[in-house]
Every structure is written in C-alpha cells, then in structure tokens.
Design a protein around this ligand. Structure first.
Ligand code: NAP
Length: 190
C-alpha cells in the first residue's frame, strides 16, 4: 500500500516534512479520530516530525489529544475574529494556535485603528497586525503574500514592540467576522 504522503515527499524531494496536518475534520467524528490515529502512524514511520490539526474545535481536539500528540491547530484568527476559547485550551495544553488568514485577506490593513498605530510607530499596517500575533503566547502566524515586497515587509517585524494598550485596543476590533466557513465546518463554538 502506498500513502499520499509518499507522493508529496517525492514531489518535494525530501525524506520527511517537519509538520503534517489534517486540513479539515470529517463530518463524521469517528473518521476524524481514525485520521488522527493514522497521522500518528505516519509520524512513527518518520514521514514527518510533528503532526497537527486544522479547523478542529475544542471538543474534537480534546479527544484527539488522547489518541496522538498533536502540536497545533491551524485556524482562522485575526483581529476581526477573536479565538478566546480555543487559544485558552491550546495554551493550557501547550499546543500552538497557527493563525490563517491573519490579515483577514487584506481587509484588516485598511482599518483606521491599525493605520493610526502604524503611523505612530512609523511602520506599515501589516507589521502592526503581525506584531499583535507575535506578542501573544503560543501563537504562530502564516500570512500569505505573492508580492516579494510584501514578504520582505512581513518578515521585518522583530525590532519593535506594541504597547499592551495597543494590543488590547486591537483585540477590541473583534466582530466575529469569519471568512472561511464552508457548509461542512464543525460547530466552532463547541
Ligand atoms: N487551514 C486552512 O483551512 C486554511 C484556510 C485558509 C487559508 N489558509 C492558509 O493561510 C495562509 C494565509 O491566508 P490568506 O492568503 O487567505 O489570507 P491573508 O494572509 O490574511 O491575506 C493575504 C492577502 O494579504 C496581502 N498581503 C500580504 N502581505 C501584505 C503586505 N505586507 N502588505 C499588503 N498586503 C499584504 C496579500 O497580497 P499579495 O498576495 O498581493 O502579496 C493577499 O492579498 C495561506 O497560506 C493559506 O493557505 C489555510
């Protein structure tokens, strides 16, 4: 039997990947848990160093952690979509929250508060948002940028800090605006 990951490793021309995720849980919890166990099998076979979840809710994660040592949950997270419950759970269990759509697909860069804070630091709006993530415990962030100038700017976030009041003000922008919510999504609140 060959596994899909073997094809992926061949295409990537590597022997293993650092992190392998389940992109979405199944609509059947049993299938999701089988997939988690299977990922753990692949880790034992050294196809990957670490395994994680994506788009899991807390209920699914709790049970999954009894089956395998997941290291992260990759979910939508940005100032317009707070993730208090999930973040608290991940921090308590020493997992990472990996924030996807961290720039709210660009929308957050037009926010007046973000622009104001950027002006006061003589920085760009994307850098303010990325600092907001990086100054939170157990949070990793994966902005996507096809333009090289954007990628360079996104990496240049290490030599300044936001004040705790600025972090709080940005957190107050939450309006539970979810951009990625297909019909097969889990119940995010559970
Ligand atoms: N696990 C999942 O189910 C899931 C779901 C959705 C997304 N994701 C992943 O999350 C990552 C990011 O998500 P996303 O692409 O939807 O949203 P995003 O990172 O929030 O936003 C991407 C947009 O922001 C722009 N941008 C990036 N850096 C910028 C900068 N410095 N200045 C101005 N604009 C900038 C990009 O423009 P340019 O491209 O023009 O540079 C692009 O239009 C992707 O790698 C994606 O694969 C995962």
């Amino acid at each position: 039997m060959t596994f899909a990951i073997e094809d992926s490793l061949k295409k990537l021309q590597v022997d293993y990947v650092d992190l392998l995720l389940i992109h979405w849980p199944s609509t059947s919890d049993d299938v999701t848990y089988k997939a988690v166990e299977f990922l753990e099998e692949l880790r034992h076979k050294e196809y990957c160093k670490f395994i994680g979840a994506s788009n899991f809710n807390v209920t699914l994660l709790k049970k999954s952690l009894t089956l395998a040592p997941l290291v992260c949950n990759q979910i939508e997270y940005h100032p317009y979509l707070a993730q208090h419950k999930m973040l608290e759970f991940l921090q308590e269990n020493q997992l990472f929250l990996t924030a996807y759509c961290p720039l709210a697909q660009g929308a957050i860069l037009q926010d007046p508060l973000i622009k104001d804070i950027a002006r006061s630091h003589d920085r760009q709006a994307n850098q303010i948002v990325l600092r907001w993530f990086l100054q939170q415990e157990s949070v990793a962030v994966i902005p996507k940028a096809s333009k090289e100038t954007h990628r360079i700017s996104n990496f240049d976030v290490w030599n300044f800090e936001l004040h705790p009041d600025e972090i709080s003000a940005i957190s107050e922008l939450d309006k539970q605006k979810r951009l990625i919510d297909p019909t097969w999504s889990v119940d995010w609140a559970k």
